[in-house]
Design a binder for this molecule. Structure first.
Ligand code: GTP
Ligand code: MG
Length: 203
C-alpha cells in the first residue's frame, strides 16, 4: 500500500467512542515508550501526526489514523495506536480499565472482521520483559494475526540486530509461538516496507 494521504481521525477513550466498523483496522500495541507513535508516524510518512514524547503513558486512548481516506472519509485502512501498556504510574483501577477496553477491542473487533491484525512492538535492545509477555497474552486472545515489530533497531549494531531476532524466536519457542518478526527503526525508516507488505496481506 502506498500512503498518499494520512489523517488523524479520532481518539477513543472508551468503547462507545469507537468509530462504526466500516474499514479494516490494524492495531499497534506495546508497553509505554516502546515507540508506537514514532513507528506510526514513520509508516504514515508524517513527522508529528501521532504525538510522541519522552514521557511514558502519553497516549491513553485508542487513536485512529486514516490511510488514504476518500472524500467521504472512508480509508483503505485505519492504523490504530493502542494506549501504552503497563505505565508504572497509573492506578490499579486505570490499569483494569485499560485491560477492559483494549482486551475487548482486540477480541470483539477481530470477531467482527474489522480488526485484521495486531502488531506488537518490543524494544529490540532487550529480551521481552514481563510486561511484554503480559501484553502478548492479552493480544493472543484476539483471533487476528500477530506480528512482532522490534523497535529502535538503529540503537543496535548489525550483529546485535540479528541476535535480537534470533533471541526473540528462542524466547517464544517454548510457548510454541512462531510469530513473524520485523526489525524496525522509526529514526532510520527501517522495516517500513516489510511492515506495509505484511499489512497489505492482512487487509
Ligand atoms: P506511549 O504513547 O507513551 O505509550 O509511547 P510510545 O510507545 O508511543 O513511544 P514514542 O513513539 O512516543 O517514543 C518514545 C521515545 O522513544 C521517544 O523519545 C522517541 O524519540 C524514542 N524512539 C521511538 N522510536 C525510535 C527509534 O526508532 N529509534 C530511536 N533511536 N528512538 C526512538
Ligand atoms: Mg504514543
Amino acid at each position: 500500500m502506498r500512503v498518499k494521504h494520512a489523517a488523524f481521525v479520532l481518539s477513543a477513550p472508551s468503547w462507545g467512542a469507537l468509530p462504526a466498523p466500516t474499514a479494516p483496522e490494524v492495531a499497534f500495541a506495546g508497553r509505554s515508550n516502546v515507540g508506537k507513535s514514532s513507528l506510526l508516524n514513520a509508516l504514515l510518512g508524517r513527522k508529528q501526526l501521532a504525538k510522541t514524547s519522552g514521557t511514558p503513558g502519553k497516549t491513553q486512548a485508542l487513536n485512529y489514523y486514516a490511510v488514504n481516506p476518500n472524500p467521504q472519509g472512508h480509508p483503505d485502512v485505519f492504523l490504530v495506536d493502542l494506549p501504552g501498556y503497563g505505565f508504572a504510574k497509573v492506578s490499579k483501577s486505570q490499569r483494569a480499565r485499560w485491560q477492559q477496553l483494549v482486551g475487548r477491542y482486540v477480541t470483539e473487533r477481530a470477531e467482527q472482521g474489522t480488526l485484521r491484525a495486531v502488531v506488537q512492538l518490543i524494544d529490540a535492545r532487550h529480551p521481552p520483559t514481563a510486561l511484554d509477555e503480559e501484553l502478548l497474552a492479552i493480544m493472543l486472545e484476539s483471533p487476528a494475526p500477530h506480528l512482532i515489530a522490534l523497535t529502535k533497531a538503529d540503537k543496535l549494531s548489525s550483529n546485535q540486530r540479528q541476535q535480537a531476532v534470533a533471541g526473540l524466536r528462542k524466547h517464544f519457542e517454548p510457548y510454541g509461538l512462531e510469530l513473524p518478526t520485523v526489525l524496525t527503526s522509526a529514526e532510520k525508516k527501517q522495516g517500513l516496507g516489510e511492515l506495509w507488505t505484511w499489512i497489505d496481506t492482512v487487509v
